[in-house]
Design a protein around this ligand. Structure first.
Ligand SMILES: Cc1cc2nc3c(=O)[nH]c(=O)nc-3n(C[C@H](O)[C@H](O)[C@H](O)COP(=O)(O)O)c2cc1C
Ligand code: SF4
Ligand code: FES
Length: 604
């Protein structure tokens, strides 16, 4: 089949990228969709032929990924986020406004095929809430008037410039901020190699190439750098599990899937400082003697992927990537790999399945990826923020890095603060910084309201009541308080927030994202979603209240991967701490928000 030249070149390039052809499947499908607006039967056959797969293998993989379409969308595809951070700042109002203005509902297309509309889950723009994407472009801090302006321009066939970068990533520094990994944010052209090198760029790699791999691992262990993806596992310990003697190739993966609602800190790390991540990956690779790396990035972050691709090309050109790096004899190849819409693909084993060109179903563990990972080979997988912290650790020393934080919680953390604060943003502060002070750093609770609650580490973490918020933001302190630091995404809720609504929206997300592999999660999230929707709309019964807790408890620890726990934990905490709000809903209406606010909710 003859394809447009550019697409042909892209597909051919993808074929060379991976040791196993099938890995190219999801990117191939997405680039095909970019070209034609959807993936046709004919293209499925063509891709199957090129990858030596059958049509069924391609189709069953395609339908797993929410960004991939079998039907054409409108010329301008509007994706409006209504997840928690956006909901708190009027996301549903924006969705309803779009629906009214365009005269279409969720997944609808206007008769002239100019517009299509979709309500979506978190797009990684939480500090710019409410937010939407038009095709791949981000529009943030929306109001109905801004939406009108945008639609008018789109009507005339012109797409206005999107937000130039993640909202809230650049701001005057608060005196308490301690910029380590964000220190180049705001420097003009910080994403270029030239500027990176002017600010210590690749000096840590030079050192890492001179010392022994074991010394790198020791330095990282000393730094108390713990995984920033959510679980907080010590990075150096993880690297130490990778076998030294093995005939198999080894891999390093940067997890840039960033889909946990409230989380949008890896996005600026990659858009402002892609070389820092590349350098971190190089050092990790050197430590475990890996020679191939992948940056698995969520499909929605297309412009960020383009920035990374340019930085990778620059690094190759300058001899930081490729063969015999800086004359050391060490080789490392690196490329990006796009996801295509699936929160579950952020879970490390599901990510590897996805990178192998399959559905993102998690794997049984043990064995852990350090022993059996990508293509069955030893693999280091770390979050973008974790890997971006590595150059500073190597350059300034593990002890120095550890001293910035609290015992066993080394360094700094990029906190994405969203929701009801005056200055939603991304703030780099020492590990263990006080949560109440962090809210002040973000300008305090908006509109002079009182604080009601905080989601401290992304939507999967148990909520804290206002009176529990005088707490150190590190892994151990939050665990002691019955919650988690998670991804460091802090969502602030004011006194007017309906906690049943928050529980409802969180569960809606997990029900949508459950991969359906195991019954407690698939059935549990679906039932809970229905119950919480009904409850918030005024149809709750008193016996439902303990049932919500019981159903959640029945998921805890009983699912194949931690997504079941992620759905259960915040729900259990909300019912336990705000039971009275559920009772207040028993009189048939939500005392906080009119139920018609749900009019925009889709039937997912
Ligand atoms: C459902 C689910 C989604 C996840 N999503 C992400 C993600 O988007 N980014 C990430 O870095 N880690 C995510 N994780 C955690 C990863 O499985 C893994 O622990 C992490 O990439 C390890 O890196 P770290 O040790 O540097 O944190 C997710 C975990 C689960 C259970
Ligand atoms: S817990 Fe949920 S997301 Fe994880 S494997 Fe089971 S069904 Fe899939
Ligand atoms: S972008 Fe809407 S919640 Fe993250």
């Amino acid at each position: 089949m003859e394809l447009p030249t550019q697409l042909e070149a892209k597909l051919n390039e993808l074929l060379k990228r991976y040791p196993h052809k099938r890995s190219a499947l999801v990117p191939m499908l997405l680039y095909t969709q970019d070209q034609f607006g959807y993936v046709s039967d004919q293209m499925i056959e063509e891709i199957a032929r090129r990858l030596e797969l059958n049509v069924l293998q391609v189709t069953e993989t395609l339908v797993y990924y929410s960004m991939l379409r079998r039907e054409p969308a409108g010329r301008f595809h509007l994706q409006v986020c209504t997840n928690v951070s956006c909901m708190l700042r009027g996301g549903y109002r924006i969705l309803e406004h779009c629906q009214k203005r365009l005269g279409i509902g969720h997944k609808g297309t206007t008769p002239d095929r100019r517009f299509s509309l979709e309500e979506v889950e978190c797009i990684g723009a939480c500090t710019g809430a409410p937010a939407m994407q038009v095709n791949y472009d981000f529009y943030e801090n929306l109001t109905p008037a801004r939406v009108d302006e945008l639609l008018e321009k789109l009507h005339s066939g012109v797409q206005p410039p999107p937000v130039p970068h993640t909202s809230g990533a650049l701001h005057p520094r608060h005196p308490d901020e301690l910029p380590v990994i964000s220190r180049r944010f705001g420097i003009p052209d910080s994403c270029t190699l030239k500027v990176y090198r002017q600010h210590d760029g690749y000096k840590a790699l030079e050192r890492a190439l001179k010392i022994k791999p074991e010394e790198i691992i020791e330095e990282v262990k000393q730094s108390n750098l713990r995984g920033r993806g959510g679980a907080g596992f010590p990075a150096g310990v993880k690297w130490g599990f990778v076998p030294k003697e093995t005939d198999k190739p080894k891999y390093v993966i940067a997890n840039a899937d960033e889909s946990e609602p409230g989380t949008c800190k890896d996005r600026p790390l990659m858009e402002f400082d892609p070389h820092q991540l590349i350098e971190g990956m190089l050092i990790a690779a050197r430590a475990v003697d890996a020679h191939q790396g992948y940056i698995y990035i969520r499909g929605e972050y297309r412009y960020v992927m383009n920035i990374l691709d340019e930085a990778i090309a620059e690094a190759y050109e300058a001899g930081y990537l490729g063969k015999n790096i800086l004359g050391s004899g060490f080789d490392f190849e690196l490329c990006t790999h796009t996801g295509a819409g699936a929160y579950e693909c952020g879970e490390e084993s599901a990510l590897m399945e996805s990178l192998e060109g399959k559905r993102g179903y998690p794997r049984i563990r043990p064995p852990f990826p350090a022993l059996v990972g990508l293509y069955g080979c030893p693999t280091v997988i770390n979050n973008v923020e974790t890997l971006s912290s590595v150059p500073a650790v190597i350059l300034k020393g593990g002890k120095w890095y550890a001293s910035l934080g609290t015992p066993k919680n080394g360094g700094t953390r990029l906190f994405a603060v969203s929701g009801h604060v005056n200055r939603p943003g991304i703030y780099e502060l020492p590990m263990g910084y006080n949560l109440l002070k962090l809210i002040e750093v973000a300008g305090g609770v908006a509109n002079g309201k009182k604080l009601k609650a905080v989601i401290p580490g992304g939507s999967s973490t148990p909520l804290l009541k206002a009176e529990e918020c005088d707490i150190a933001m590190d892994f151990d302190s939050l665990a002691k308080a019955g919650s988690m630091l998670g991804s460091g995404a802090v969502i602030v809720l004011d006194e007017d927030t309906c906690m049943v609504d928050v529980a409802r929206r969180i569960m809606r997300f997990y029900a949508h994202e459950s991969c359906g592999w195991c019954i407690p999660c698939r059935e549990g999230t679906a039932w809970l979603r229905q119950m919480l929707d009904r409850f918030h709309a005024g149809g709750g019964r008193s016996e439902d209240i303990p049932l919500v807790s019981e159903l959640s408890q029945n998921m805890l620890g009983k699912t194949f991967c931690p997504l079941g726990d992620a759905a259960a934990m915040p729900t259990i905490s909300i019912v336990k701490k705000w039971r009275h709000e559920f009772e207040e809903h028993l009189n048939g209406r939500c005392p906080y928000k009119p139920a018609e606010v749900l009019a925009g909710a889709d039937g997912k």
